[in-house]
Design a protein around this ligand. Structure first.
Ligand SMILES: NC(=O)c1ccc[n+]([C@@H]2O[C@H](COP(=O)([O-])OP(=O)(O)OC[C@H]3O[C@@H](n4cnc5c(N)ncnc54)[C@H](OP(=O)(O)O)[C@@H]3O)[C@@H](O)[C@H]2O)c1
Length: 240
């Protein structure tokens, strides 16, 4: 299969890229700074590196990028700098998803493309009936004002949960929701749930980025797992 990874230079995206390289699929990564990539990625025979961003590339380049693509993985996130948090593009994750969804709506395929979005437990899936306490709602409202990337994560998930929904012939999707992200070197046991099991604000759990990457890779390469989570927003926690 042909797979596209966005955010491959990021802390989660680089694990995902490594897993996909090992899986033997054909991988394309779009990165702003190819020099950040390790030699093992740049030299891998099944990796194509495209310099740029989905938001800035012209229609022809987007067509080349997506016309043979079977699975899109987004590990995009705002850099934790003033420019990354408050500069443009404010809706990096959302606008990237919107552009790709529009491409597949305009360019029909025989089988739907899969989109695996890295999201967050801070994003409540209201369509699934999830509720949080009044205090948590107040805190999240403040976060929305002070931390624009949070709104971007919420809107990005809505591109799929509201706009695409569950009946698109063009695109299928899963939005993976880790809790507080931590770094680890190896994959450990993790658990998946349809909805958060604890407060993302007042009692968050831990999720290793490498575990998120592992689950995303499994979603994109294992049809049974895809069928289980298609159109949902699974929450992932480390077991330990
Ligand atoms: N922090 C948490 O506890 C937590 C919890 C749950 C979910 N999340 C979410 O998880 C996601 C990924 O997390 P992470 O730690 O793996 O992220 P990360 O290490 O910051 O990686 C972000 C990726 O996005 C790319 N990027 C940033 N700004 C860009 C732009 N303007 N145009 C194109 N690409 C851009 C970066 O590219 P460059 O290398 O070129 O900068 C990098 O590849 C984020 O959306 C975050 O909100 C975070």
């Amino acid at each position: 299969m042909n797979m596209l990874v966005l955010g491959a230079t990021g802390a989660t995206g680089r694990h995902l890229t490594n897993f996909l390289i090992d899986s033997g699929h054909q991988i394309t990564i779009v990165v702003r700074s190819p020099e950040k990539l390790p030699a093992a990625v740049k030299d891998a025979s099944n990796v194509k590196v495209v310099k740029g961003t989905v938001l800035k590339m012209n229609d022809e380049a987007l067509d080349q990028l997506l016309n043979n693509c079977d699975v899109v993985f987004s590990c995009l996130g705002h850099n934790l700098t003033l420019k990354g948090m408050y500069g443009h593009p404010r809706k990096l994750v959302t606008d990237t998803a919107l552009r790709i969804v529009k491409f597949f709506a305009d360019n029909k395929r025989e089988t739907p493309v899969k989109y695996v979005l890295m999201n967050t437990t801070g994003n409540v899936n209201k369509l699934a009936g999830e509720k949080v306490s009044l205090m948590e709602r107040i805190v999240v409202s403040i976060i929305r004002v002070l931390v624009p990337p949070h709104v971007d994560n919420e809107k990005a998930a809505e591109v799929f949960s509201k706009d695409v929904g569950g009946n698109s012939d063009d695109i299928e999707w899963v939005a993976v929701r880790p809790d507080s992200l931590i770094d680890a070197k190896v994959v450990t046991e993790y658990s998946l749930f349809q909805s958060p099991q604890r407060s993302a604000i007042f009692n968050s759990g831990k999720t290793s980025r490498i575990n998120v990457a592992h689950f995303m890779k499994e979603l994109g390469t294992n049809d049974k797992l895809w069928e289980k989570w298609n159109g949902q927003m699974p929450v992932i926690y480390n077991n330990d």
